[in-house]
Design a protein around this ligand. Structure first.
Ligand code: CMC
Length: 427
């Protein structure tokens, strides 16, 4: 017999099925709660709410486990490349060599962006934040690729996925080139996916592009680490936008907007700005620790804390190690790295942070690597979006294929009760 949970209210008992996931996580299935009890649940920030069943990413916040389709993040970051991970996330299995080559070939076939898109980019001031530009461009893509996806056709679904996987790196690169006043160029289809992205971002008009393996490997790893993170704010946004049967590109655009905020992906920019401010202030990070603990001060220690990880963020561990390696390999001495390490050490011993289980998250060290790779601070969250692209696609695809209903939470109304209208001259 299946387990059930009993709810008792007003002398009546109601039974609800208990659902168990493949990793033994438990949930009370309350699909019939409202129809049987007349009540809803109230859970601001959805801290206790499972919005879906998903077979893509598993994470255990207590144990610091993160797996894509069953594979540990540590192993993927070390042994796979970003395109393999993208394929894995979207289609569920690691690709064979032939499948991977076909995936890459199909992507390169679509790696052009309509020239008219350049006019849209032209309309933005150089000072526009790259996340706003990227979100707009991703949405604008639909105007140049207007066919809606027939989700019952695997072929059409595949084609839509290929198109966005191909065009998104161009948009990412152009977003940065626009800001830097560089010509908007295309990539080189003979290169690997990440190397091509890097070339599109950094190729100078009058200089030959020279590959740097340390840089490409670091970028590859960062993209993998960001590739999915189950039902976070931006992913939930992609799923809920797509649940109205809005198309893939606009659902992604909505996700980019959600990612922008400093409590989510925007934290990587905020971390670096915070570390720079501390450096400019003489490097006294203890002062900033006190500010973070002061409940009357809105300042938070950016790059610390996580909704789910309450012991450590496995991505942060990998990135911290990578930051040391990349800076060493590139021969860069960045005083900001020392400030970050000092801040981490103090925070890990501080009662406030220990009691609240606040640990460095993925964004704490990623900006230091991006900076070493020559990526401007305002582009950091764009790089996060680039990494998260396959995760968003996988989640959108899963949501549509499972035929999930339109997302539409309920509320508890706390406003005025019914009252008579008051004419304008009587107010
Ligand atoms: N600095 C100082 N205090 C903090 C911080 C922080 N970074 N994060 C949480 N707290 C405190 C918070 O004030 C609260 O204290 P109290 O219990 O006394 O009221 C307690 O810790 C719990 O915080 P919360 O806001 O209820 O936790 P949450 O799960 O809602 O928020 C978070 C998670 C990531 C939004 C939050 O920790 C935060 O704002 N961190 C800084 C921003 C950041 O680094 N975001 C990137 C997240 S990882 C990348 C991603 O997936 O997007």
């Amino acid at each position: 017999m299946k387990d059930t949970a009993t709810l008792e209210y007003n002398g009546k008992k109601y039974e609800f099925p208990v659902v168990e996931g493949t990793e033994k996580e438990l949930a009370i299935d309350i699909k019939k709660l409202r129809s049987s009890t007349g009540m809803i649940t109230l859970d601001p920030g959805y801290k206790n709410t499972g919005s879906c069943e998903s077979a893509i990413t598993y994470l255990d916040g207590e144990k610091g486990i993160l797996r894509y389709r069953g594979y540990n993040i540590e192993e993927l970051a070390e042994k796979a490349d970003f395109l393999e991970v993208a394929y894995l996330l979207i289609f569920g299995e690691l690709p064979s060599k032939k499948e991977l080559e076909q995936f890459h070939a199909d992507i390169t076939h679509e790696s052009h962006v309509d020239e008219e898109m350049k006019k849209i980019i032209d309309g933005f001031p150089k000072s526009a934040h790259p996340m706003g530009v990227l979100s707009s461009l991703t949405s604008a893509l639909i105007a140049f690729n207007p066919t809606s996806v027939n989700i019952s056709s695997e072929k059409e679904m595949y084609h839509a996925i290929i198109r966005i996987m191909a065009k998104f790196p161009v948009l990412v690169a152009w977003t940065m080139r626009k800001q830097k006043g560089l010509p908007l160029e295309y990539g080189d289809d003979s290169l690997g996916y990440v190397e091509n992205l890097h070339k599109m971002m950094f190729k100078r008009p009058n200089k030959e592009y020279i590959k740097n393996k340390v840089v490409i490997d670091a970028l590859d790893q960062l993209l993998i680490l960001h590739a999915d993170h189950e039902q976070n704010c931006s992913t939930s946004t992609v799923r809920i936008t797509g649940s109205s049967h809005a198309g893939l590109f606009v659902s992604l655009s909505a996700g980019i907007s959600a990612l922008w905020g400093p409590l989510h992906g925007g934290a990587n920019q905020a971390v670096l700005e915070m570390l720079e401010a501390i450096a400019e202030d003489g490097g006294d990070y203890k002062k900033y620790m006190e500010k973070a603990k002061d409940k009357d001060d809105p300042f938070r220690l950016m790059g610390f804390g996580h909704r789910v990880y309450k012991n450590f963020d496995p991505r942060a561990k990998i990135i911290k190690k990578a930051a040391d390696g990349v800076l060493g390999d590139l021969g860069i001495e960045d005083p900001i790295l020392e400030i970050a390490k000092g801040l981490e050490k103090v925070a890990l011993e501080d009662k406030y942070f220990v009691d609240r289980k606040l640990y460095p998250n993925v964004d704490f060290y990623s900006g230091i690597i991006y900076r070493a790779l020559g990526i401007p601070t305002e582009m950091f969250t764009v790089m996060f979006a680039m990494g998260r692209l396959p995760g968003w696609i996988a989640q959108w695809r899963e949501m549509r294929l499972r035929g999930e209903p339109i997302g539409r939470p309920r509320q508890i109304y706390i406003g005025e009760n019914q009252r008579p209208f008051v004419a304008l001259n009587k107010r």
